[in-house]
Write a protein that binds this ligand. Sequence first.
Ligand code: SF4
Length: 68
Amino acid sequence: MKVRVNPDRCVGNGICEAVAPELFIVEDDGQARLLVDDIPAAQHELATEAVQSCPAQALDILDTERRP
Ligand code: SF4
């Protein structure tokens, strides 16, 4: 599973980082970044929660494949 930050929408409010600090960080430029390229299965639920929590709808799930 991969998540992309849309830099045109991200407002840097840090909600994704608060929800999933092991997956997201808001950099000094005010943009959220992914800390991992491919989110492991154990963190898919958390990543999805972070995506749904973004009030700017700046996070997109690119790959919903679930591995066994
Ligand atoms: S919650 Fe959304 S708008 Fe806020 S920092 Fe994360 S990606 Fe950006």
